[in-house]
Design a protein around this ligand. Structure first.
Ligand code: NDP
Length: 291
């Protein structure tokens, strides 16, 4: 590659148009004076590996991976971080300068969530945590959450078998935490300190069937989804007295972890959170104006 060519990175997914990763990574790079190019790459559902290979051939140094390719990204790599190994899914790939060396895979979603909760002063240690959903996002965040030593962690899922499967798989990471699963419609009616919505229900303005008794004074309700305003889950929780947070900060924090892995420098996430929030609100206002 020519000496002054910017370092080449990308996010890959299907769909990909909605991705805010380029905005985030470019903002980090500006902050730290790094010259990089960060693209959005759409890959056909059956063409993940070919698309990644073509990107590497163009000089790509690393990639973020989003739905539905996180499992394939894990499989494509020859070396994995412990947290990717634990999740069996990767959202970050590092491509070696020497193509004979293996691709390295990491999963920064879980640490992104934990760092965002810390940013907002939400304490996990010793608390009772409820996670709604047992899909890829829950799988990715379970080990980092358990590392924070909650007293109890319940996984509630529409298909309870998936929740029970995760409980079994992660039981060795639970330590003293009481880890259990249940059907989403049968969550025991008692107060939790932290409720994490790891379902995409909010994206279609759906609210899982949740008893009011889950919320008490001091409950934090965290929706991994985010938008221009509060999600239906956040509104439900706030109306019952909880502190509600969306997943925008998680997105920025997981990106910061990927960025640090690629560039050996840690960006300040606070201004980028503000920039992203502003961009999402402006984009929504523009859409509303067109309607
Ligand atoms: P998956 O498709 O892997 O899993 C979805 C889970 O949600 C499943 O357990 C599914 O239940 C459940 N579910 C789906 N729809 C509903 C519904 N209408 N009501 C109740 N439960 C439902 O998705 P992911 O785990 O990858 O992602 C989950 C959410 O987290 C998405 O909105 C994603 O955008 C968000 N996310 C946000 C991140 C961030 O940085 N902010 C990072 C990663 C994810 P079942 O098993 O019964 O089908």
């Amino acid at each position: 590659m020519a000496p002054n060519t910017p370092l080449l990175y990308a996010v890959i997914g299907n769909p990909i148009e909605h991705s805010r990763s380029p905005l985030i990574h470019r903002a980090f790079a500006r902050q730290l004076g790094i010259d990089l190019s960060y693209e959005k790459i759409w890959a056909p559902i059956d063409g993940f590996e070919e698309t990644v290979t073509a990107f590497i051939k163009r000089g790509g140094r690393g990639m973020n991976v989003t739905v539905p390719f996180k499992l394939q990204a894990f499989d494509l790599a020859g070396r994995h971080s412990d947290r990717a190994q634990r999740a069996l899914a990767a959202n970050t790939l590092v491509f070696p300068a020497n193509p004979a060396e293996p691709i390295y895979a990491d999963n920064t979603d879980g640490v992104g969530l934990v760092n965002d909760l810390a940013f907002h002063g939400v304490n996990i240690s010793g608390g009772r945590v409820l996670i709604l959903g047992a899909g890829g996002a829950t799988r990715g965040v379970l080990a980092p959450l358990l590392q924070e030593a909650p007293r109890e962690l319940v996984i509630a899922n529409r298909n309870p078998e998936r929740a029970y499967g995760l409980v079994e798989e992660f039981s060795d990471a639970a330590g003293d935490c009481l880890l259990s699963g249940c059907p989403l419609a049968e969550i025991e009616e008692r107060r939790f300190d932290l409720i994490i919505n790891a379902t995409p229900a909010s994206l279609s303005a759906q609210l899982p069937p949740l008893p009011d008794a889950l919320i008490g004074s001091g409950t934090a309700a965290y929706d991994m989804a985010y938008g221009a305003g509060p999600t239906v889950f956040m509104e439900w929780a706030e109306e019952r007295g909880a502190r509600a947070l969306d997943g925008l900060g998680m997105l920025v924090e997981q990106a910061a972890e990927s960025f640090a892995l690629w560039h050996d420098q840690r960006p300040d996430t606070a201004p980028v959170r503000d920039e992203l929030r502003k961009e999402i609100r402006e984009a929504a206002a523009e859409r509303d104006g067109e309607d």
